[in-house]
Design a protein around this ligand. Structure first.
Ligand SMILES: *Cc1c(COP(=O)(O)O)cnc(C)c1O
Length: 373
């Protein structure tokens, strides 16, 4: 048999991709149910690793999706007019200032590509959502990281000092993923007050439905520069599988630029219908958010009784320090059928989504052994 050495056939190995990609790692998603099932050898799993809403989306979504399926041969509305009108109306924002995207991670991608030249600076505060590093890295940006304080609150003074220097892009995530804590209105206003209007501000509000006290739009409007507030149907609305997010932008002009980068038909007709039905069912949203917050309190009370270090989460997950280490705790919980997210944050920090009451019961029962040294 003739064995062909593939390498000997190719000329000198030169990577076909831009060098910037060599420094970027692909997003590491939480374990899928199939993967976890294989590893744990069981099918009765609670998926508490990706901050999905396990209470599910509005029951009205099913009918809307069924109806949209009847026209699957037709391209979707490239501008999501109906959905943007509905969102704009409730938020009292001109729909021309709203851009719909297939998940808000796509919004981050489009915005970063639209505004960043190679070498431009991105100011952020880690630990935070990895997408900023990934898309900023792909855009060949330079990062200015002002690490969070020991309890994971923003180091507001240090952040302000960097913001005042006028980075090209300033990124804030509130409530922050993975730490769960939110910034205060005063902190946001103070940071914006020193930020030049030449800086583009992106505030990631993926968990805003769980923390309505903060008026991010008000603060950004008041500031008056170029900004985007990123939001999603993936978390509180329970539609992560449908991939719908949106950005509220400082101007219709900015939406116009994002429209140049955005593939036109990237939010499917089925996803648009699902999001509209979910958006209109405010009662369902309120019920799931209230139940999630109550359940979060129940889990937190157990953690406190055990003396476990945790942050004050304003989102649909808890962020806690495991004396056993993050990976060991995740592995032990997986054996019990619970998928959680170990994080690389030094000290053994684990992020655990608040699930349905029965999921949380399981978690509470399994935690003592999973966290023990
Ligand atoms: C989940 C999440 C997103 C993105 O979710 P999409 O499903 O892409 O809408 C964005 N930002 C943060 C902080 C998140 O946690």
């Amino acid at each position: 048999m003739l064995v062909v050495d593939q390498k000997s056939l190719s000329p000198a190995v030169v990577s076909p991709v831009r060098p910037a990609l060599e420094g970027v790692s692909a997003y590491k998603a939480g374990m899928t149910l199939a993967e976890a099932g294989r590893l744990a050898g069981r099918a009765d799993l609670s998926k508490l690793a990706s901050n999905e809403n396990l209470l599910g989306c509005s029951p009205k979504v099913a009918d809307a999706v069924q109806e949209a399926l009847a026209s699957a041969e037709i391209y979707p509305d490239p501008y999501c007019e109906t959905l943007r009108a509905a969102i704009g109306e409730r938020l009292a924002v001109d729909p021309a200032r709203i851009v719909m995207t297939p998940g808000s991670e796509a919004l981050i991608d489009y915005l970063f590509r639209a505004v960043l030249h190679p070498g431009d600076s991105v100011l952020l505060s880690s630990p935070t959502f990895p997408a900023y590093g990934i898309f900023g890295g792909c855009a060949e940006a330079r990062f200015i990281d002002v690490p969070r304080l020991p309890g994971f609150d923003l180091d507001v003074e240090a952040f302000k000092a960097e913001a005042a220097k006028g980075p090209k892009l300033l990124v804030l995530c509130t409530p922050n993923n993975p730490t769960g804590n939110a910034m205060t209105q005063g902190q946001l206003v103070d940071i914006l007050a020193v930020t030049p209007r030449s800086t583009v501000v992106f505030v990631d509000e993926a968990y805003r439905e769980y923390c309505l006290e903060l008026d991010v739009l008000g603060a950004l409007n008041e500031w008056g520069g170029t900004w985007v507030s990123g939001r999603t149907f993936s978390k509180a609305y329970g539609l992560a599988g449908m991939r719908v997010g949106y950005g509220i932008c400082s101007s219709a002009e900015l939406v116009g630029y994002l429209d140049r980068i955005r593939p036109p038909f990237n939010v499917t007709a089925i996803s648009q219908a699902a999001a509209l039905a979910a958006w209109n069912d405010t009662e369902h949203l309120e019920c799931t958010v209230a139940l999630t917050i109550a359940e979060r309190g129940r889990v937190e009370a157990v953690l406190d009784a055990m003396g476990v270090e945790r942050t004050a989460s304003a989102a649909n997950f808890v962020f806690l320090r495991s004396p056993a280490g993050a990976e060991a705790t995740a592995a032990r919980l997986l054996k019990e059928g619970l998928i959680v997210r170990p994080t690389p944050v030094p000290g053994g920090w684990v992020r655990i989504t608040i699930g349905r009451p029965a999921d949380n019961d399981r978690l509470i029962a399994a935690l003592p052994a999973a966290l023990a040294l």
